[in-house]
Design a protein around this ligand. Structure first.
Ligand code: BGC
Length: 467
């Protein structure tokens, strides 16, 4: 038998990069697991603790409150103690929150544990992409963002599968507790990571930064060139708040980031992820098994359709895909609303509703899911990037909290049809906002986007090469 030794020519960068990808993916996976798991656990939890609609919303949405706070604290924490330690704190919070949920004796403990998990998700959603962008070589930096979203969707799917596996027994404690294991793997993995060279430079630890880069890059020259570039960017990168106060152009790009994240959440996708079994129940699928399998199919569609975005984003561009995605989502929400309005009685109607839901999910996963994260990282000028991305990441969680906390109340007050029509209208609004404000950033360097922004071009034109 011949053995194939790994050739020595595999550059160290590749191995290190693989490790970095894996760890970032793991943080995304945990993000997705924690978002997805509650959909399946909620009905059993509600039964065991006798929860009202409002209390159920609290269990769902307290996580997002934690995430908003986690994202807010991550910026200063990252600056003070570094990326690696912040990510470690995130991983520890994932462990603590999962264990707390699994053993929660009452609603209060459950709410506190979900808050801790939220803080972990908030920290992970800020630090992991930031760490990646600072440590990954330039040629793979762009694809990381869509891959990160892909891992979120895989996390959601795995959570749905685990929910389904445990739904026979109704064991919600295992559904929530099982996440402890990947969280422990994340914690152990982060321990092995090097600190970000950019942060080391910010702290004047030049020798250490150099050591990390020499380890991560394939040649000494490459490491030194990057070190010089970091030195330059570090000079300007700490001016976020001052820049926000001084420059109306930076205020515009910060507002655009916040708006984009609100648009992503107001599509209604997140409520489908949180309340999928409930939506299948409204569509007439009475048994828990049917609802759980429907939820798994929804999660799988989400994963698969994300590949469409990965394949198209650099060919079609961001704006056409977003317009298409929002249109598909608006139409599906409007039709679903209509079906709920006339009443879903026959199996044909039930399956039509499921197909509409799956097309809606495809519309999101191929557009707003990954592209909003991509755009948010592209539109900020270097000097205010950390600040701008903190604001948009927080906005994601604030919007997420609002929709998570209002969905069941909306259904109770305006009915299923009214709720879905409202989301249809919000998607139409997203099309209009895309036309008015969203730039096309395909094939243009970040430096040119920054120049256009700071020269005062309208937001929708900052991606043009006119300047
Ligand atoms: C969003 C989440 C959403 C998920 C679905 C993420 O990009 O931020 O709110 O539930 O995608 O895949």
């Amino acid at each position: 038998m011949t053995t194939h030794a790994i050739p020595h020519s595999v550059p160290r960068t590749n191995r290190q990069t693989l490790l970095v990808c894996f760890l970032a993916a793991l943080a995304g996976l945990l993000f997705g697991l924690d978002m997805g798991v509650i959909a399946g656990a909620l009905p059993f939890l509600a039964q065991e603790f006798g929860l009202s609609s409002h209390q159920q919303e609290m269990v769902v949405s307290v996580m997002m409150v934690g995430a908003a706070l986690g994202a807010l604290c991550s910026g200063p924490m990252c600056t003070r103690i570094g990326r690696k330690k912040t990510l470690l704190i995130g991983a520890a919070l994932f462990v603590a929150g999962s264990v707390g949920c699994a053993f929660a004796p009452d609603l209060q403990t459950l709410i506190v544990s979900r808050f801790l998990l939220g803080a972990a998700v908030g920290v992970a959603s800020f630090v992991a992409p930031l760490y990646l962008s600072e440590i990954a070589p330039e040629h793979i930096r762009g694809s990381m963002i869509s891959m990160y979203q892909l891992m979120i969707t895989i996390g959601i799917l795995v959570a749905f599968l685990s929910d389904t596996a445990f739904s026979q027994s109704g064991n919600w404690r295992w559904m929530l507790g099982i996440i402890t294991f990947p969280a422990l793997v994340l914690f152990a993995g982060v321990l092995t990571l090097p600190e970000s060279p950019r942060w080391l430079m910010m702290k004047n630890k030049h020798a250490l930064a150099q050591k990390v880069l020499l380890l991560l890059r394939s040649s000494e020259r490459e490491a030194h060139t990057e070190l010089d570039a970091i030195r330059e960017s570090v000079k300007v990168s700490q001016r976020g708040w001052q820049l926000f106060r001084a420059s109306s152009h930076f205020r515009r790009s910060t507002c655009l980031g916040v708006l984009l994240q609100f648009m992503q959440q107001f599509t209604g996708m997140t409520v489908i992820m949180y309340y999928a079994p409930k939506i299948f129940a409204i569509a007439g699928f009475a048994s828990t098994q049917q609802q759980m399998w429907g939820t798994v199919i929804a999660g799988l569609t989400n994963v698969l359709a994300t590949f469409i975005a990965i394949g198209l984003v650099d060919r079609w561009g961001r704006k056409p895909i977003l317009k298409l995605g929002f249109s598909v989502m608006a139409i599906c929400m409007a039709l679903l609303g209509y079906m709920f309005f006339i009443g879903i009685t026959s199996p044909v109607q039930q399956y039509t509703a499921v197909i509409l839901l799956l097309i809606f999910i495809t519309g999101f996963a191929m557009s707003a899911g990954p592209l909003i994260w991509v755009l948010c990282s592209e539109i900020q000028p270097l000097a205010g990037r950390d600040f701008g991305v903190t604001c948009s990441t927080m906005a994601n969680w604030i919007a997420n909290t609002i929709i998570g906390a209002t969905f069941l109340t909306l259904i109770d007050s305006v009915g299923s049809a009214g709720t879905f029509w409202l989301y249809a209208a919000l998607n139409v609004l997203c099309i209009i906002l895309t036309l008015l404000f969203v730039p096309e950033t395909k094939n243009i360097s970040l430096e040119n986007i920054e120049k256009n922004l700071m020269a005062g071009l309208p937001l929708r034109s900052i991606g043009s090469s006119l300047y």
